[in-house]
Design a protein around this ligand. Structure first.
Ligand code: EPU
Length: 308
């Protein structure tokens, strides 16, 4: 039986898609089709789908907002499970609940929504999230950050689904966080998290959000299609500064271009493919290494041979 047939019946038909273009699900707007994509709304739907994929040995991967990934032009032979919601609703994978100084959020909540919701209830600590286009699940896995902070600093605990059917909650201190990384095992799916925040006057929190938003607007190509910063900042330096100093701004391969605004952003100017972006990334790495001796490490997750 085909993966689509195996999964139909487990999830409503309007949330199960065949040959779904991954370009539509990545902020960089590239990628071939996935054999099947499903969009579970609740933890029990997710559990059913993952258990079926596990038992029938269907390769699967979990996707949030696709804001830190570069899918391959060949797409994905298997099942993509997309966890991304809009309006928070109790019982869904994007529920959002304040409990005193804590906020409980499902994996599919967007970081800007999380930040604004914390601000509205007079809780500080998530202001840096307002300009990050990810969702809670993927952002925890990659320890998303900005403005000198990251999620590891405000996380209390993380809920994980470990296929085939184990649900566990671990303290954030056991997630192996470091700069733009977690030590979470690839087979564990983040289903939600609890954030521990600090009370503050909402207007103070809003003011910091405004400052961060203004900074990003000034320094980043926010309205272009990109996957955010392409490389991690190397110890003691900044990837954007090094790329700029190596004269890479404006380099272009096909529709992929190193942004003129910020050197660490590779933007899709329209019609870019993943192979354009990968060739450009290699060129940038080589130039920066030749000129500065620094080997840049990718921050964005690149799909290779069907693995993310
Ligand atoms: N710079 C240049 N040329 C450039 C870009 C930057 O000289 O083309 C210089 C700037 O002048 C500044 C320094 O590099 O002195 C740092 O630049 P910026 O303040 O923009 O910060 P960044 O280190 O490049 C980091 C995060 C961003 C985050 C911003 C704002 C990483 C890899 N990047 O960028 O995160 O939004 O700080 O806090 O850690 C992301 O993770 O996807 C991301 C975009």
């Amino acid at each position: 039986m085909e993966p689509f047939e195996i999964l139909s019946g487990l999830i409503p038909a309007d949330r199960l898609r065949r040959n779904e273009g991954l370009d539509r699900h990545s902020t960089y707007r590239v990628g071939g089709a996935a054999d099947v994509m499903c969009l579970p709304e609740t933890r029990s739907e997710l559990l059913e789908v993952v258990t079926a994929a596990h038992v029938r040995e269907i390769p699967w991967l979990v996707l949030g907002n696709g804001s830190n990934v570069l899918f391959s032009d060949e797409g994905f032979r298997g099942l993509v499970i997309k966890i991304r919601g809009s309006t928070p609703e109790e019982g869904t994978l994007w529920q959002l609940k304040q409990e005193g100084e804590f906020i409980r959020a499902g994996a599919g909540v967007s970081l800007p929504r999380l930040a604004w919701s914390a601000a509205a209830t007079g809780l500080s600590g998530l202001e840096f999230c307002t300009g990050i286009p990810g969702v809670v699940g993927g952002s925890i896995r990659g320890n998303a950050g900005a403005h000198g902070s990251d999620l590891s600093r405000v996380l209390e605990s993380i809920e994980l689904l470990q296929p085939p059917g184990n649900v566990v909650t671990i303290p954030a201190s056991e997630a192996g966080f470091s700069y733009r990384e977690s030590g979470l095992d690839r087979d564990s799916i983040v289903t939600g998290a609890v954030f521990r925040l600090t009370p503050d006057e909402p207007e103070n929190v809003y003011e910091r959000i405004r400052d961060f938003t203004e900074y990003r607007k000034r320094t980043q190509p926010s309205s272009d299609q990109s996957a955010g910063c392409m490389f991690k900042n190397p110890e003691g330096d900044k990837a954007g500064r090094l790329i700029d100093a190596a004269g890479c701004k404006g380099l272009q391969v096909g529709g992929s271009r190193v942004s003129d605004v910020h050197g660490n952003f590779v933007v899709n100017q329209g019609g870019a493919t993943a192979s354009d972006a990968l060739r450009l990334i290699d060129m940038v790495r080589e130039r920066v290494f030749e000129r500065t001796g620094v080997a840049l490490e990718l921050e964005v997750q690149v799909m290779k041979s069907g693995v993310l």
